[in-house]
Structures are given as C-alpha cells and as structure tokens.
Design a protein around this ligand. Structure first.
Ligand SMILES: Cc1cc2nc3c(=O)[nH]c(=O)nc-3n(C[C@H](O)[C@H](O)[C@H](O)COP(=O)(O)OP(=O)(O)OC[C@H]3O[C@@H](n4cnc5c(N)ncnc54)[C@H](O)[C@@H]3O)c2cc1C
Length: 439
C-alpha cells in the first residue's frame, strides 16, 4: 500500500527523523521547488538537551517536546506522516514504512542515535538509557519508586542499596544527570522521605577516561569534577562498568557497588535502517558521508546529524554528535539539494564550532565558547540563555522559564508523578534494537 501523499509534479525530498537536523532541513526547504515529506515514529520533536530535567522531575515532557504539525502549520508543499521507516530500497528509490511504501527522489536520513550497550545482555536487560521522552519518564519513575520501595524495608543498608544510583558515562549527559539527581536528593527526596537515610544515598559516576567531559578542555573537566564532588557524588575515573545483575555493579577495576539502579549514558550508536550497502556504514554505526552529506555509494541518499559520519582533518573521528552539527548540516544540505536538482556544483559543508557546555545542578555550569572558557554562576546563566533560545516553540520557552523559576525559588520539583506500573520490569523501557514496550 502506498502512503497517501497528495500528487505533485515537484521532486520529492523524504526526510526521516524530526530531530534537530530533520526539522532544520525541512524549514530550510520552505519556498524551494520540492515536495517535502517528513517522517518520524513520534508526532513530536524532542529537545534532547533538557531530557535530564524531565528525568529528575524538573520539567514535564510537554515543555521539551513540540508537535511537528505545530512547527510546520501552514507551510506549503510540506507533508508530515507519523511512521517508522523499516527498510530502504535504493534501487527502486522507495521506503517501506509502518504505514506503507513511499517513493523518494532524494532521501535524507536524520534518524539520530540510540544507546549502545555493546551487546552486553545484562546491561540491555538492567541498565536504563536516556535517549527518548519515554526513557526520561521511566528514569523519573524509577528515582521516585526507589524511595517508595525503600520505605518497605526495615534494614538501613538495604534501604540504601534500594536508593543508590550508578551512572555509567562521564560525558555531558552523565555529568548533568548526576548533578540533577544530587539536587533532587537534597531538595526534594530528603523532604518527602524523612524516614530514609538519604544523606547517605550514594551517587556513583563512572567514566572510562582519565577525566570527565573528555570532549571539553582540562579546566572544564577539573571544575566539573570539583562541583560534583562537592555535591557528594563519587567520581570513578579510568573505570568501566563491566557487569550488572540488577543488584550489584561491577567495575573493570574490580570495585563493586550495590545499587538497584544503573543509568546508562556511556555509549551511543547511529540508528541504521536496513537496505543500504554495508560499505556505507562506518564507525559508531553511522552512515559514511562525503563533504556534501551524500552517503557513500549513493547520489540521492544523504545523512545528517548523529546519523552521519563526516570526517574532516580537524575532526578525524567525525563531527561531534551535537545539536548545532545537525542544524548546520540541515541548513547546508537544503542549498545543496537545490544545486543538485539544478545540476549546479555542490558546496562542501563547513562546520562552525559554536562551543560546548554542561550544567551541574543549581548555579553551576562549565561553558567553552571558541574564544572563552568560563565556569560557575556566569556559565550557568549562559547555559540557561542558550537552551531557552534553542528550545522550539514559544509555549515551551514560557513553560520552561516558569518551571525553572518556581523550582529555583521554592527548592521543589513539581513533576513527581510515578507514571509507570509499580514493579514494572526494567526492560519495559527500550531494547537495544530500539523496540519499546508500553510502560
Ligand atoms: C540526554 C541528551 C542530552 C544532550 N545534550 C546536548 C546538549 O546539551 N547540547 C548539544 O548540542 N547536544 C546535546 N545532545 C546531543 C543532541 O541532542 C544530538 O546531537 C541531536 O539531537 C542530534 O540531532 P539529529 O537530528 O541527528 O537526531 P535526533 O534529534 O536524535 O532525532 C532523530 C529523530 O529520528 C526519529 N527516528 C529514528 N529512527 C526512526 C525511524 N526508523 N523511522 C522514523 N523516525 C525515526 C526519532 O524519533 C527522532 O525524532 C544531547 C543528547 C542527549 C540524548
């Protein structure tokens, strides 16, 4: 069955994924002589940088997600379909999706990345990833459920094992999550559960490198570690999570930590859709693209954002998996698609490094702009400003500012509902193949 898209004589650009890259590309194609079809398995765009605030009860999911139809209301020659793309047939220029087949003239893969558990079955079963709104809600429920369950135990040691947390991965996501959980523990859980020994609750942050935030400078790494340590977080460097049976985390250095919860931010891989040649896939399960974002071996198939492996002399491992990378590639590709269709020469993509930042609880952040590094309160204000600017939709910006203000001044978190079934198995979140089951 064909996906029902209104007939058009214009060439059709099909974009898979309404993340940062896909949304930007579709916007940049406005007014160009193409029919645009945007596909996503969800009907919304997720602002992933604030996902950890949903996971730690600071924001409701609606504040960080925007319905795709709201973003493109009234845009001509634009079609959105909520569908999962299952297979690509590059010979026929067609896609198989969950709602039927679809022809494309140009295909753009902007499917992002997913948690990589390195095929460790134990981790797939027990560790909780944070890549989607559903994941964040499961994390939030887990954090709150832990305290509810601990109340049922009479032994203090068992109570602590129930509430202790291990976070694998000391990159920006792990660091931000650790800071936010420490704050949740101190300002909310301690008040809500005075019977529990929460001042002894352990938060372990485990990083395989010799410093946190390896993608940032040493000054930021050092400061981040200092901030976290002051918040009572135990940082383990040069250590990997080796195994986890749901009760005890074993590290590569032999250390063991009893914890009912392991959050996984230690690896990502590109989301691949079957059908393209294996030669088009490179390191980190990403599509190998040239400087025009064309996927290796195909003239009319492109990949952008976390889905793409684009190597430059300054970036031998590929461009960083950041929102600005996806946005810039989306903008650039729109111009190149016009050139390609008009048989004009394509322009090689040029990446502009806009800097990196990570927030660590209240009033503290580390920020690296191309010309300036700063840490502490000023960095925290900068972090807030940049995230508000990037957040899609006025309603989301307004609701986020309001929530931040209330949380800041009231030392509270409003979004404390446990939304999954009590005793739901951990694996009811997502599997490594991306298949998710209802929570
Ligand atoms: C928790 C977290 C925090 C982050 N913090 C920051 C930060 O502070 N700053 C920063 O710059 N970057 C940050 N990042 C990274 C940044 O969010 C990503 O680099 C960016 O989202 C990549 O954009 P994208 O368009 O490539 O993919 P995504 O934004 O991941 O979007 C991919 C889309 O594709 C859809 N999709 C996937 N497979 C299919 C399919 N088969 N069929 C249909 N649809 C599909 C998904 O539903 C999704 O909507 C963070 C990431 C995470 C997970």
């Amino acid at each position: 069955m064909e996906v029902n898209i209104p007939d058009s004589s214009l060439p059709r650009v099909v974009i898979v994924g309404s993340g940062f890259g896909g949304i930007q590309l579709a916007k940049s194609l406005t007014g160009k002589a193409f029919e645009v079809v945007l596909l996503d398995k969800n009907n919304y765009h997720t602002f992933l940088p604030l996902l950890y605030q949903v996971a730690t009860a600071g924001l409701e999911p609606d504040a960080i997600a925007e319905p795709v139809r709201e973003i493109f209301n009234g845009q001509p020659r634009f079609n959105f379909r909520m569908a999962e793309v299952l297979q690509i047939d590059p010979q026929q220029n067609t896609l198989t999706t969950s709602i039927g087949t679809l022809h494309y003239d140009y295909l753009v893969l902007a499917c992002g990345s997913q948690a990589n558990f390195y095929r460790n079955e134990e981790l797939i079963r027990h560790a909780l990833p944070m890549k989607t709104v559903r994941n964040a809600l499961a994390l939030r429920s887990r954090l709150l459920e832990n305290s509810e369950r601990a109340l049922e135990l009479s032994d203090k040691q068992q109570q602590l094992e129930q509430v202790n947390i291990v976070i694998a991965g000391g990159g920006p996501t792990g660091v931000e999550l650790a800071g936010a959980i420490a704050e949740l523990r101190d300002v909310v859980l301690a008040k809500d559960y005075p019977e529990l020994p929460l001042k002894h609750m352990k938060i372990h942050l485990v990083e395989g490198n010799d410093r946190l935030l390896k993608s940032m400078g040493e000054d930021s790494s050092w400061k981040a570690r200092q901030f976290l340590t002051r918040m009572g977080i135990t940082v383990h460097l040069n250590a990997l999570v080796k195994s986890y049976d749901g009760a005890v985390v074993t590290l590569s250095n032999g250390d063991t930590h009893a914890a009912r919860t392991l959050f996984w931010t230690a690896g990502v891989e590109g989301v691949l859709i079957p059908g393209l040649s294996p030669a088009s896939v490179g390191k980190g399960s990403r599509y190998v693209v040239n400087v025009f974002n064309q996927v290796e071996g195909y003239e009319n198939v492109f990949a952008i954002g976390d889905n793409a492996l684009q190597v430059f002399p300054d970036y031998p491992q590929g461009l960083p998996g950041l929102a600005p990378t996806s946005i810039q590639q989306g903008q650039w590709l729109a111009k190149n698609l016009v050139s390609l269709h008009q048989k004009q020469p394509l322009q090689p993509f040029r990446y502009v490094n806009k800097g990196v930042m990570a927030v660590i609880g209240r009033n503290r952040a580390v920020v690296e702009l191309p010309f300036w590094h700063t840490q502490g309160f000023i960095a925290w204000l900068l972090w807030m400003g940049v995230h508000l600017l990037l957040l899609v939709g006025f309603r989301n910006k307004a609701s986020t500012v309001l929530n931040w203000a209330v949380n800041y001044f009231s030392y509270s978190r409003a979004s404390r509902l446990i939304t999954r079934f009590q005793n739901a198995p951990v694996e009811a979140v997502t599997s490594v193949s991306g298949a998710s089951v209802p929570l």
